[in-house]
Design a protein around this ligand. Structure first.
Ligand code: KG4
Length: 398
């Protein structure tokens, strides 16, 4: 009896026994003792499976989403796809370095993950035992940062005996358009739609045929749009992250004041490294003649840089619409917070009859709500991941 309860309490032992049972079955050498182990283990796993099935069929479905791919530690709770809480701890520690320092990012995630998850569950007004599954960002991103969220998610899900769901960070950005809130005013794009995914690490045009069917039609061959903005901001000495600073200054500047070179890349791919170099060389020349040039012209510089980047992005997007005939067009990722880009989307809706989908500001930069919504759809499809699923630093859509 004692042996039996110890055995029941140990999932590890169970796995060993069932492997042994299967091995015996394969070799046709079942002895009485092996058979005993096998049957017991099988019934143990079936009983666990039944309790998991009960969780899966439960209503409502509560998903905890965890995001830690770069420098934001975020946790969110969704009930039946409706967002109840979305808590994010950003990391100011990188500001003085002008960019994310991976080692500092993973240490900050370690400090933040427990309080952030705790707060998300508290704000959702539920108990952790009510959660149906834990969804986590598996990649792409910084490996050290990902490992914190991945391992926390694994331990948390295992301790609660609930399924784990792995989420592609990029898929999360696109699916941010499907997050519902209790007031329910959101309009999600119909499938298929195009999504311009622009962040610090990616610039892609994605054809979205279903939540789990995404095809990259074009992408940057070098730097991402956000990366170019951040680097140009840095050479102007404006600080990090450059996106919001450039956005703010650009509102007061003349977008046609300066011209920077635009890439000539065939098809739907992007390139931003040439623009970055053109910006740097022009700036060096101007500063040589006038050391206070940036201070005197930062609004015009920001507006011209933003205008050029938006122009590059929209040209290829127009081509994608022309090639696919799809006129439902969304934008996602950190750079989708940019006001110049958002205005360009509204302008294209008017000029070309597109129906455009622009996310709420809170869903543009990294957040766990977008991970939770993918987790919800995967939960409905019973798409779970094993406990030993590794994080991945580089990947795009399958
Ligand atoms: O999606 P995100 O939070 O992280 C990645 O997955 O990369 O995107 C961060 C990027 C940064 O490059 C940041 O400068 C940019 O988004 N960004 C903006 C704005 N807000 C954030 N770029 C332009 N205008 C903004 N308002």
């Amino acid at each position: 009896m004692i042996g039996l309860s110890c055995f029941k309490g140990s999932a590890v032992l169970a796995v060993i026994f069932i492997c042994k049972g299967l091995e015996c079955l394969a070799e046709n050498q079942i002895k009485n003792n092996d058979l005993f182990c096998f049957v017991l283990t099988y019934s143990y796993l079936c009983s666990r499976k039944t309790s998991k099935m009960e969780k899966m069929e439960q209503s409502p479905i509560y998903i905890l989403g965890i995001e830690s791919s770069c420098d934001d530690t975020s946790a969110a709770v969704l009930r039946d796809g409706i967002l109840l809480s979305n808590v994010t701890a950003s990391q100011a520690v990188h500001e003085s370095y002008g960019g994310v320092v991976p080692e500092l990012a993973s240490r900050a995630h370690q400090q933040n993950v427990v309080p952030v998850v705790h707060e998300a569950i508290k704000r959702a007004g539920i108990q952790k035992e009510q959660l149906s599954a834990v969804a986590f960002t598996r990649g792409p991103g910084l490996m050290g940062s990902l490992l914190v969220g991945v391992n926390f998610a694994k331990g948390f899900a295992r301790s609660l005996g609930i399924p784990l769901i792995d989420v592609n960070h990029l898929q999360g950005h696109v699916m941010a358009h499907f997050i519902k809130t209790p007031d329910g005013n959101e309009v999600a794009p119909p499938f298929p739609f195009l999504c311009l995914l622009v962040s610090g690490g990616n610039s892609q045009i994605v054809k979205v045929s279903a939540y789990n069917d995404m095809e990259v039609l074009g992408q940057t061959i070098d730097d991402a749009a956000g990366e170019a903005i951040d680097k140009c901001s840095k050479v102007m000495g404006l600080g990090y992250p450059g996106g919001p600073i450039i956005d703010r200054l650009a509102r007061q500047g003349n977008p046609k004041a300066y011209q920077f070179s635009e890439p000539h890349i065939p098809g739907l791919d992007y390139s931003f490294s040439g623009l970055k170099t053109s910006f740097l060389y022009s700036l060096q020349k101007w500063v040589k003649d006038d050391p206070d040039f940036v201070e005197h012209h930062k609004e015009d510089l920001a507006a011209s840089l933003e205008w050029t980047i938006v122009d590059i992005l929209m040209k290829k997007l127009r081509l994608a619409v022309k090639q696919t005939g799809i006129k439902h067009v969304a934008v996602a990722g950190g750079v989708s917070a940019n006001n110049g880009l958002r205005n360009a989307f509204h302008d294209h809706a008017k000029r070309f009859g597109w129906t455009v989908y622009i996310p709420k500001f809170s869903y543009t930069t990294d957040n766990a709500a977008m991970i939770g919504i993918v987790g919800y759809y995967k939960f409905l499809d019973k798409e779970f991941c094993p406990i030993d699923a590794p994080a991945f630093s580089k990947v795009t859509f399958k």
